[in-house]
Design a protein around this ligand. Structure first.
Ligand SMILES: *[C@@H]1O[C@H](CO)[C@@H](O)[C@H](O)[C@H]1NC(C)=O
Ligand SMILES: *[C@@H]1O[C@H](CO)[C@@H](O)[C@H](O)[C@H]1NC(C)=O
Ligand SMILES: *[C@@H]1O[C@H](CO)[C@@H](O)[C@H](O)[C@H]1NC(C)=O
Ligand SMILES: *[C@@H]1O[C@H](CO)[C@@H](O)[C@H](O)[C@H]1NC(C)=O
Length: 245
């Protein structure tokens, strides 16, 4: 009797074990993990260290999981950090380090093509009503996106990660906010005024119409009522769709 039962028992145990592990096996496509994403991409050890020491990593993960607008992160490479003036980071208080990291986070999801139509300045996560705006500006040319903070000009080098909630872009400079890194030099003379549209020179009209057409197409892109209506429509359908889910 025992000789018959024993293999059967083994088989039963084996069978139960298999069903148990197969029930566990679907990989968790859980919430985004910013430090995991950056570790996998490599060359972000300094930024990862800052994200952890300021607790911003946890903040980002829970915000990416819960926010309706999503998040955009500009991740400076290790070489971006190493080209900072020595002591630049160490001279910051803990609170300022948090602000520096938050300055690299936009509280909305932007695709590369959406940067082409945003209006400056963009609010960063560092800005709130009590400590000012901590804004940055983007300029684009085709798919090239540049960022200016008033202290540094940086270039978005590539997309490290993107899903429906979170976009992570590599930047070649640490984005230093004007509020923390006021330029040491005395204020530079105001840049030359853009040529006014009404110019009385003989060769001016061509140039001036060129400027005018650029201005009006910019205005159309950001302010055209049809685009606003379409965006509103998209937002409403997105909201309706998310209710259905
Ligand atoms: C994120 O990924 C890192 C590295 O892979 C890991 O150490 C950490 O525990 C993960 N965090 C979460 C919240 O999953
Ligand atoms: C992600 O969001 C879902 C739904 O709001 C929630 O149940 C879950 O606990 C969140 N996970 C994390 C890690 O925040
Ligand atoms: C972005 O910056 C690079 C390097 O400074 C420059 O060559 C390029 O013209 C800039 N592009 C835009 C759209 O500002
Ligand atoms: C950002 O853009 C706004 C609006 O065009 C402008 O007033 C501001 O001076 C710009 N700031 C920087 C640092 O370029």
């Amino acid at each position: 009797m025992k000789q018959v039962q024993f293999p059967f028992l083994l088989f039963l145990i084996f069978f139960l074990h298999c069903t148990k592990t197969s029930a566990q096996s679907p990989p968790p496509s859980g919430p985004a993990n910013i430090t995991g994403i950056l570790e996998k991409a490599g060359q972000y050890t300094t930024f990862i260290r800052l994200l952890k020491s300021t607790q911003e990593a946890d903040q980002i993960n829970s915000q990416a999981n819960n926010s309706n607008q999503g998040l955009t992160i500009f991740a400076p490479t290790d070489s971006a950090f190493s080209s900072l003036k020595s002591g630049a980071l160490n001279s910051l208080t803990d609170q300022q380090k948090v602000q520096l990291v938050q300055f690299h986070i936009l509280p909305s999801l932007y695709s590369i093509s959406q940067f082409q139509t945003v209006s400056n300045p963009l609010r960063t996560q560092a800005g709130d009503s009590s400590n000012g705006q901590f804004p940055l500006n983007v300029t684009t040319s085709g798919n090239q996106v540049n960022i200016t903070t008033g202290v540094v000009d940086a270039t978005v080098a590539n997309t490290v990660y993107s899903d429906s909630q979170l976009a992570v872009y590599q930047v070649d400079k640490v984005l230093l906010p004007l509020q923390l890194f006021k330029k040491a030099v005395s204020p530079a003379p105001a840049p030359a005024e853009k040529p006014k549209k009404r110019v009385s020179g003989s060769d001016a009209p061509t140039k001036s119409t060129g400027d005018a057409s650029v201005d009006s197409s910019d205005a159309m892109r950001s302010n055209h009522p049809a685009i606003t209506v379409i965006s509103f429509g998209v937002a409403v359908s997105a909201a309706f769709y998310s209710l259905l889910l």
